[in-house]
Design a protein around this ligand. Structure first.
Ligand code: PMP
Length: 338
C-alpha cells in the first residue's frame, strides 16, 4: 500500500534525511544524534544548496534561456549538487576544484558531465590560482553566472528552511547543542538562524580542522595565519560572508589524525560510512559530550559519504603514507589487506 505519491525525479529526494542515535560510542552523560546527509542523492548535504541556489537564480532571472552556463568554486560536493540539477535542466557547469580533493569526487563530477578545472590547494585567498578567485575570473571571462556559495544567500536559506526544521521535528524540539563545520558557512548560519527562533536554548558549536583560522576566531575574535589540513570541505583561511558565527560561542580545533580515526571508528563500530569532515564534526561532538556534567541532547551531521574517500582515509596504505597510521613492517602487508 502506497501512502505518498512517488517523487517525479531525483531532485524530489533531496533533503528529509534520516536521523540516528549513536549508542556504540562513549558519549558521557549525553545523547548524541547524527543526521545522515550522506543519504541525499548526490551523497552530501550540499545537494540542498545545489538545488536552492539554482532555483533562486532562475527566479531572479540570473539563469534562464539567456544564461545557461554556471561556474562554481567547490571542494566537490557543491559541484555534485549543482551537477545533479544542471544535468536535468541542461545547464553547462564549470567547476574549479583545489587539487587536494579526492579522485572519487572529481571522477564523479566528470561522469556527470561537469567541466572540471583543477587548481592549487597551497595558495590563499587573493592569489590568482586560489580556487575561488579563479572561479570568479573564469565566470567573468566566459560571461557565465558565478554561483558563489560563499556569499549566495540561497545557501544559508536552504538550511534555515529545510535542514533546521527537519532536525527540530526529528528531535521533538529537544536539542541542547548542534555541532557544525564551516566550509562556505551556509550550514552553520542557516541552522543558527532557525534555532534562534525555534529552539533558542540550543548552543551552536563549531568543529574546525586544526590549521583553519575559524576556531581561534570564535575563541579570541582574531584571525591567525592559516596552515593546511587534509580533511575536505571544511576549514577556512578567511571568514566567508555567509559564515555568520555570531551565535557560536564554543569551538573545537581537531587535528587531522583525530578526524580520520573518528570517521574510521564510526564505520567500524556503528556501520556508518561518513567522509573526512564527518570525522571532524563527530570528534568535536564527542569531546563536547564527554565534557558535560549533566545530560544533554547533542546533534551533528554526517555531511557526506565515505564512499568518496575509499582511496584515501579508508585505504590503510594512504593512511600510513600520510603518517596517520604506523607503517607496517615489510612482510606484514597481508595484515593490512585482510
Ligand atoms: N562537509 C563537507 C564534506 C563539505 O563538502 C562541506 C561544504 N564544502 C561542508 C561539510 C561544510 O558545509 P558549509 O559549506 O555549509 O559550511
Amino acid at each position: 500500500m502506497r501512502t505518498a505519491p512517488l517523487p517525479v525525479d531525483l531532485l524530489g529526494l533531496i533533503g528529509n534525511t534520516p536521523m540516528v542515535k549513536v549508542t556504540q560510542l562513549d558519549t558521557g552523560p549525553c545523547e548524541l544524534f547524527l543526521k545522515l546527509e550522506n543519504h541525499n542523492p548526490g551523497g552530501s548535504i550540499k545537494d540542498r544548496i545545489g538545488l536552492s541556489m539554482i532555483t533562486a537564480a532562475e527566479k531572479s532571472g540570473q539563469l534562464g534561456p539567456h544564461q545557461m552556463h554556471l561556474v562554481e568554486a567547490t571542494a566537490g560536493n557543491t559541484g555534485l549538487g549543482l551537477a545533479l540539477v544542471a544535468a536535468q535542466k541542461g545547464y553547462r557547469l564549470t567547476l574549479v576544484i583545489p587539487d587536494k580533493m579526492s579522485q572519487e569526487k572529481v571522477l564523479h563530477l566528470k561522469a556527470l558531465g561537469a567541466e572540471v578545472v583543477m587548481t592549487r590547494s597551497d595558495v590563499e585567498k587573493g592569489h590568482p590560482d586560489y580556487y575561488q578567485d579563479m572561479a570568479e575570473r573564469i565566470s567573468r571571462e566566459l560571461g557565465a553566472f558565478y554561483v558563489n556559495q560563499f556569499a549566495n544567500p540561497a545557501n544559508p536559506l536552504a538550511h534555515e528552511t529545510t535542514t533546521g526544521p527537519e532536525i527540530a521535528a526529528q528531535l521533538d524540539n529537544r536539542l541542547d547543542a548542534m555541532v557544525c563545520g564551516v566550509g562556505s558557512g551556509g550550514t552553520i548560519a542557516g541552522l543558527s538562524r532557525y534555532f534562534a527562533k525555534a529552539i533558542p536554548g540550543c548552543e551552536m558549536v563549531l568543529a574546525d580542522p586544526a590549521g583553519s583560522v575559524l576556531a581561534d576566531y570564535v575563541k579570541t575574535g582574531t584571525m591567525g595565519k592559516a596552515g593546511s589540513w587534509v580533511v575536505e570541505g571544511i576549514g577556512e583561511d578567511f571568514l566567508p560572508p555567509n559564515a555568520d558565527l555570531s551565535r557560536v560561542k564554543k569551538a573545537y580545533s581537531i587535528p587531522d589524525v583525530e578526524s580520520l580515526e573518528t570517521a574510521r571508528m564510526l564505520l567500524k563500530k556503528a556501520g556508518i560510512l561518513g567522509g573526512s569532515s564527518t570525522g571532524t564534526l563527530l570528534a568535536a561532538a564527542l569531546r563536547y559530550c564527554r565534557e558535560q556534567t549533566t545530560p544533554k541532547r547533542v546533534c551533528t551531521l554526517v555531511c557526506d559519504s565515505g564512499n568518496k574517500y575509499l582511496s584515501k582515509m579508508f585505504n590503510e596504505f594512504w593512511m600510513a603514507d600520510q603518517g596517520f597510521l604506523p607503517r607496517q613492517a615489510h612482510g606484514d602487508l597481508r595484515d593490512v589487506i585482510t
